[in-house]
Design a protein around this ligand. Structure first.
Ligand SMILES: [Zn+2]
Length: 291
């Protein structure tokens, strides 16, 4: 059971500018979260296996695959079907990870871990959040509607740590604020004689009810957000991807059936502008909050 009110506020910040339609209590926050979307090749060995809005990335290698983010429990079949439609096998997923420990990105992890037997890798600072099923979240921990099936973390990542599999090296960038362990991932993809720096970025959006001057369970939240925006502005990338399709305007850049183009999601200016928009929102909120 998921409370609509909770989902609507979370969704507003996670994925702006979509209208929440009336739904039953059993359904999820936005139709776009569960709406099916065909799996497709983003670039090189990086595939979209998510829903219309919730990102799930499959990174394939000869030694097995890495899956980043799993959406909701009810979207797991879309992810597994997508992997199979692309010609891969869920049993070959060797590593599961996520950009942050909110249920719209991790609630399917426990199921996917059972299906794949993959190693669960998570930022050290969000590991407890995963293992508590959402109970230790600084904003939503008291809200039972934000809970999810706990999942055991097998390996904890710190800033700059890498996940290496079959010749692919993913670098983890600790970008805290949205959660304490929010993480972006970068990797190099070689295509057409060129190396593309691909970034799967956890954007620094601020959920309703969060005081950036300090939360009881997260007194240093403001410093973390500020550092994250600095770090994200210093990160140079070619291909801009994120935790929600809307955050990198996927649907403006790609329609089902479009031919593959390695440079389709190259958008360093769009990335920079998206980070700066969120930093401005953070500065404005900081100015408005009473000390
Ligand atoms: Zn979130």
């Amino acid at each position: 059971m998921i409370k609509r009110a909770f989902l609507s506020v979370l969704f507003v910040t996670c994925a702006v500018s979509m209208t929440l339609r009336a739904q039953s209590a059993q359904s999820v926050g936005s139709p776009e979260w569960v709406k099916a979307f065909p799996p497709f090749l983003l670039i090189g060995n990086v595939y979209w296996v998510g829903t219309y809005d919730l990102s799930s990335y499959l990174i394939t290698t000869p030694a097995g695959h890495i899956l980043i983010n799993t959406g909701l429990p009810q979207t797991v079949p879309q992810i597994t079907t997508g992997i199979e439609l692309l010609g891969f096998n869920v049993a070959d997923v060797k590593v599961l990870t996520a950009t942050h420990g909110h249920f719209d990105h991790v609630a399917g992890l426990a199921q996917l871990k059972r299906l794949s037997k993959a190693q669960m890798v998570m930022s050290e600072a969000d590991a407890q959040l995963l293992e508590s099923g959402g109970k230790t979240d600084y904003r939503w921990g008291e809200d039972p509607t934000a809970r999810f099936e706990p999942v055991t973390v097998d390996r904890r990542l710190r800033d700059g740590d890498t996940i290496a599999l079959g010749g692919v090296v993913l670098t983890a960038h600790h970008h805290p604020g949205h959660t304490k362990g929010a993480t972006s991932f970068t990797l190099d993809v070689r295509e057409d004689g060129r190396t593309y720096k691909v970034g799967i970025i956890n954007m620094g959006s601020i959920n309703p009810g969060v005081r950036v001057r300090g939360m009881p369970l997260y007194p240093m939240i403001g410093d973390d957000y500020a550092r994250t925006f600095q770090a994200q502005k210093a990160l140079t990338l070619d291909v801009f991807l994120a935790s929600h399709a809307s955050q990198f305007r996927m649907h403006e850049k790609f329609k089902p059936g479009d031919a593959y183009r390695a440079d389709r999601f190259v958008d360093p200016a769009g990335y920079r502008a998206a980070v700066e928009r969120l930093e401005t929102a953070f500065r404005e909120q900081l100015a408005k909050e009473q000390p």
